[in-house]
Design a protein around this ligand. Structure first.
Ligand code: ATP
Ligand code: MG
Length: 222
């Protein structure tokens, strides 16, 4: 099976170029304000959040930044599959510890230099409650000391509280949408959901654009 970490395996492809452009735009934005923690969300499921988060994390790591990718989708997170790791412990297990300094035992070093991953862990019965606990605050405080960038692979913002809960730790929110897939009204609804709680969306990543030699995303299958 072809690796989904396309920025690592096919750095010269259009899609890798475009993901590096997203990275550059975020880096420029970080010149004028603190921009360390980036939440990747979307409106509905399956638009490519995990794909974009993982590849964006690789892109930052390739730029000599120390990066932590957090799989905060405690419902169906699959970052461990993308990194080819079987049933790793992760965020949900860490949140059951008493002291979040234990994070060092839960962060996995990836095969890519500078890139570390906190996988999802065991699927818990109460994802939103776990994400809403004070322990999440401690986790981000510790992680921000250690890492240059933290990429959070989140969940859709429409219909679930998780992404809105996570947004309080993020300096930037990127919404992923997919061509011929994302309903426009759902994308608007997701944007408004963040705005309603006072956190503006930083940008939208358009994913799964057919390859017509455009400057936009292409399918990584091509
Ligand atoms: N640019 C792309 N080209 C082709 N396939 C893609 C692309 N981006 C994502 N996919 C595929 O689309 C599917 C959904 O992607 P992904 O799991 O990243 O979405 P998601 O938004 O994280 O979904 P969920 O809401 O379930 O967490 C996966 O099979 C993934 O491999
Ligand atoms: Mg996902």
């Amino acid at each position: 099976m072809r690796s989904e970490l396309i920025v690592n395996t096919r750095p010269k492809s259009n899609i890798s170029e475009n993901i590096r452009t997203v990275r550059t735009n975020l880096e420029f934005a970080s010149a004028s304000k603190k921009l360390k923690t980036i939440l990747i969300s979307s409106s509905v499921s399956g638009e490519g959040k995990s794909f974009i988060s993982s590849n964006l994390a690789v892109a930052f790591a390739q730029n000599d930044k120390k990066v932590l990718l957090i799989d905060a989708d405690l419902r169906r997170g699959r970052v461990h599959d993308i990194f080819n790791v079987k049933n790793p412990k992760g965020l949900s297990n860490l949140l059951l510890e008493d002291d979040m300094k234990e994070i060092k035992h839960y962060i996995a070093k990836s095969d890519i230099d500078n890139l570390y991953v906190l996988f999802r862990g065991t699927i818990p019965p109460n994802p939103s409650e776990l994400l809403n606990s004070d322990k999440m605050h401690d986790i981000f405080e510790i992680a921000e000391e250690i890492f240059d960038y933290i990429i959070i692979d989140g969940v859709p913002a429409v219909g679930l509280p998780d992404a809105l809960i996570l947004s309080k730790y993020a300096d930037a929110i990127m919404l992923v949408c997919a061509i011929k897939y994302t309903p426009m009204n759902a994308l608007v609804e997701a944007k408004q959901a963040f705005e309603k709680i006072g956190v503006p969306v930083t940008g939208v990543v358009v994913n799964k654009v057919p390859n017509i030699k455009s400057n936009y995303y292409t399918s990584y299958y091509e």
